[in-house]
Design a protein around this ligand. Structure first.
Ligand code: GLU
Ligand code: MG
Length: 452
């Protein structure tokens, strides 16, 4: 099917008109249409400003095969994702942002649609939108924020032609004042770049690991929270590159240092009230659903081989399938509210930035919703470090393959993913597990810090 000229109708849309005006005024020449793939990689194509009016309507043509590509750029064999077939990368006009770290560039978060404009079964952003809609059908909405950590440093090529290494910026201590100073110039640029894109910065601190930073942004409705996380990942990397540095959000870019989480903060709302603030059936069911599906969820929230190097006990990454009030070793921490106006929220710790945020948040919604619908019992909260009670509490999967086994056994999540998406996701992730199992840890670290 040929592209439809979209300019005429879409110029009537106020969002579109504003984008075109802004792009011209702000000297933007290339607009990146971004999406996240099954390998958790952010990819896209860019439209020139001169073609933007039309491309906002038609999207840019793309091969279906890219959703069968793994994080090593190895194409997997997936039925209906071969060399024949076409989708469109169609940007959401409400997400347009000029990129402060890429002068002349802007970005828009995009859906993958069929040429006739209908959503494609393997579009990750559509998966999250559908989950949000299913939750709304039951009268609820979800507010979320990713709380990412990352490692800042320089990427050093191996003079012998081997794999690059990440040399961390500093060896400052956790939360230390020295760490604030060593990373200050970068952090200031990052804060400004995020704020310029409409992400509101909440907190920052130098983290435990060498070169490790944590900077959190304000919560938002679920789809916006996932979009924000894509922009965040891009900005962390982009700002570093402009300063001849390298930033990695990989779960464990340095084997002997603390891992990088992207804890997922969640609150559930009904009729303008935070359901988590009330000790009711919906709260219990939502937590019960997350607990019941946790092992399978990790296949989506901890999306890479490297994720499971991070997801270990005694590292505050939430390696045990338990929940508890302010328990930093529980997979699900029930966070106490900050001050009188603060809202209680849940913090899912087995979550990192190698996940596709749309799939991860969508799956979390489906898990919680299942718990509400079936009135699942979350069991007793745990108020000790579960690792101090050997054999008492269940561990989460300790490898990507184990997590994928749990996912395949989880009827609710498999059904939610649907045939095409689950086939592709499993093929891509199984291929990564196999590819990294055949190589050493250095290969795993080098490739994860390159991509994430
Ligand atoms: N770095 C830890 C992780 O991998 C989290 C530490 C913290 O609680 O901030 O999740
Ligand atoms: Mg932290």
């Amino acid at each position: 099917m040929r592209d439809r000229p979209g300019a005429t109708t879409h110029q009537l849309d106020p969002h579109v008109r504003r984008i075109l005006e802004r792009a011209e005024l702000e000297g933007v020449e290339l607009i990146r249409f971004l999406y996240a793939d099954h390998g958790g990689v952010i990819r896209g194509k860019a439209a020139s400003r001169s073609r933007l009016a039309e491309r906002l309507g038609t999207g840019i043509g793309h091969t279906v095969a890219m959703m069968a590509m793994n994080m090593l750029d190895q194409l997997q064999e997936v039925e209906q994702m071969g060399p024949v077939g076409e989708v469109r990368i169609v940007p959401d006009p409400t997400t347009y942002v000029p990129l402060p770290y890429a002068p002349g560039g802007a970005a828009m978060l995009s859906d993958l649609r069929l040429p006739d404009g209908s959503p494609w079964d393997a579009c990750p952003r559509t998966f999250l939108k559908d989950a949000v809609a299913a939750l709304a059908d039951e009268g609820y909405s979800l507010v979320a924020a990713f709380e990412p950590e990352f490692t800042l440093g320089r990427r050093l090529p191996d003079p012998a032609g081997g794999l690059d290494r990440l040399v961390p910026l500093d060896d400052s201590l956790c939360y230390s004042a020295t760490g604030f100073d060593t990373a200050h110039d970068y952090t200031m640029k990052l804060v400004r770049a995020l704020e310029d894109q409409g992400l509101r910065v909440e907190h920052y601190h130098p983290e435990l690991g060498h070169g490790q930073q944590e900077l959190s942004v304000r919560h938002a409705p679920a789809l916006r929270a996932a979009d924000n996380h894509v922009l965040y990942r891009e900005t962390v990397r982009g700002v570093a590159l402009r300063m001849q540095m390298w930033a990695s959000l990989a779960p464990k870019p340095l084997a002997d240092q603390a891992g990088n989480g992207a804890h997922l903060h969640l609150s559930l709302w009904r009729d303008q009230r935070n359901v988590l603030a009330e000790d009711g059936a919906a709260r219990a069911g939502f937590i019960g659903g997350l607990m019941a599906h946790l092992p399978a969820l990790t296949a989506l929230t901890c999306g890479s081989v490297n994720s499971f190097r991070r997801l270990a006990p005694r590292s505050w990454a939430g390696a045990y399938a338990v929940y508890g009030p302010d328990n930093r070793e529980a997979a699900l921490r029930v966070c106490s509210p900050l001050g009188e106006s603060g809202e209680p929220n849940l913090e899912l710790k087995p979550s990192d930035s190698s996940a596709n945020p749309y799939l991860s948040l969508g799956a979390v919604i489906h898990a919680g919703l299942d718990g509400i619908r079936r009135g699942l019992d979350p069991g007793e909260p745990v108020d000790v470090d579960p690792d101090t009670r050997p054999g008492r509490y269940p561990r989460l999967p300790s490898s990507l393959d184990e997590a994928l086994d749990a996912l395949e056994a989880d009827e609710v999540l498999m059904e939610a993913l649907g045939p095409l998406r689950r086939r592709a996701y499993l093929a891509v992730k199984r291929s990564e597990a196999t590819a990294f199992a055949a190589r050493d840890v250095g290969f795993e670290l080098a490739h994860h810090l390159r991509v994430f």
